[in-house]
Design a protein around this ligand. Structure first.
Ligand SMILES: *Cc1c(COP(=O)(O)O)cnc(C)c1O
Length: 383
């Protein structure tokens, strides 16, 4: 009717298309759980953990209630707390530093690389020195595989080994990506991921998982997940959480994991089309040597002098939604302003917050719709 006035809006993330593709298999998976009624720790939970272990190559997988819990549980298991410093990039979703602060430890924010948006190991070294100057004991580093691209895990491991830190990889956005031919889930001491619906592998609610090759750590995590249970739930040997993944979500994830590889390939085709269509008008994301991405976000940088609000409004008028990840880095947030920043500051993160903008990205973005998005972006830049 009024489609001449207002173009049909494009979805930013299209969960409905995937739902249609999986249709009956999801209905049947949920119906099975409704029939057996083991809503907590049902057979699907162990089945999913085994499938995730096979997919990632990690020896042990402990599912849990969210990506934030996944991070927190590893820090709790390692006894991280007051007086400890945990280094993490400031340009990330707040959960990375939040999990640290929840333990009583101090998050120390470090800068990211301009090209990949991932942790800068030079800033990491400066952050470790800054932590020590404040009398804190650096114990861990949390690299983030931001927007789906794996961080430089060899470089992080090198610094961590020299400085005696353990590595907890925050792969909430990057699960399914690889580094030098190895899937995420196998780097550092442990890897945390999230199954929040908008993540590359999402469930229909909240969920998360921890990956590790360390059998003792996995056992401790299984205890923490159920109130620090010992021989049974009513024997409490440590302080824990209620942090289990629901059986229903596990049943859904088992089905979604079966098509995940195919969806990752589709996301990469979408990213390639964006790069071809936009590479000469904006700064498109680049994959570093040895890194792949699952494209949790397709984040571009606007040319200097472009008004980002006007750019977003111009796209919106064409029915193209955008999002800004992240308008503020963690150290700029009210709740985290009191925590230390690496010596030398975090200038790259601060610049990124001013000029990044993310475009619609999902496995079901067809060529015609994407051509419309590309045209809208080019038109808005030409002004
Ligand atoms: C989403 C996200 C988390 C937290 O995951 P939840 O399941 O929402 O708790 C942690 N870190 C990063 C980088 C994220 O994007």
């Amino acid at each position: 009717m009024n489609q001449h006035l207002r173009p049909e809006p494009v979805p930013f993330i299209d969960i409905a298309s995937q739902r249609r593709r999986l249709g009956k298999t999801l209905d049947e998976a949920v119906a099975k759980v409704l029939a057996h009624c083991q809503f907590i720790n049902g057979p699907e939970v162990a089945e999913l953990e085994a499938a995730l272990a096979k997919f990632s190559g990690a020896r042990h997988v402990v599912t849990c209630a969210s990506g934030t819990d996944a991070l927190l549980m590893v820090l709790m298991a390692k006894g991280v707390g007051e007086g400890d410093a945990v280094l993490c990039p400031t340009f990330t979703f707040c959960a990375t530093g939040e999990a640290v602060a929840l333990t009583g430890a101090t998050p120390v924010f470090v800068d990211v690389e301009e090209q990949t948006f991932n942790i800068d190991v030079h800033s990491l070294r400066r952050g470790i020195a800054s932590a020590r100057q404040r009398g804190l004991k650096p114990v861990a580093v949390i690299p983030v595989d931001l927007f789906g691209q794996s961080a430089d895990h060899d470089a992080v491991a090198g610094v961590a080994a020299e400085e005696g830190l353990f590595v907890l990889d925050d792969a909430a956005q990057g699960f399914g990506a690889s580094y030098k031919g190895r899937r995420l889930g196998t780097f550092g001491l442990a890897t945390a991921t999230s199954f929040f619906p908008a993540k590359p592998l999402g469930c229909f609610g909240d969920g998360g998982a921890i990956f590790t090759d360390d059998a003792n750590l996995a056992e401790t995590l299984r205890s923490i997940r159920v109130h620090g249970q010992g021989s049974d739930k009513y024997d409490n040997v440590r302080i824990g959480l209620t942090a289990r993944l629901d059986t229903m979500q596990a049943a859904i994830l088992i089905e979604k994991l079966k098509i995940f590889e195919d969806e990752i390939a589709a996301r990469n085709r979408v990213a390639e089309r964006y790069a071809r269509g936009l590479g000469n008008v904006v700064t498109v994301p680049r994959l570093a040597e040895g890194c792949t991405s699952v494209w949790a976000q397709y984040t571009i940088r606007l040319p200097r002098g472009t008004n980002r609000d006007e750019f977003a409004a111009a796209l919106k008028a064409q029915g193209v939604p955008t999002a800004i990840y992240y308008p503020k880095s963690m150290h700029q947030q009210q709740a985290y302003r009191g925590f230390p920043v690496a010596e030398g500051g975090v200038p790259v993160s601060e610049r990124l917050s001013e000029d990044v903008i993310s475009l619609p990205m999902h496995a079901y973005l067809d060529e015609a719709t994407q051509a419309r998005i590309i045209e809208a972006v080019r038109g808005a830049i030409a002004g």
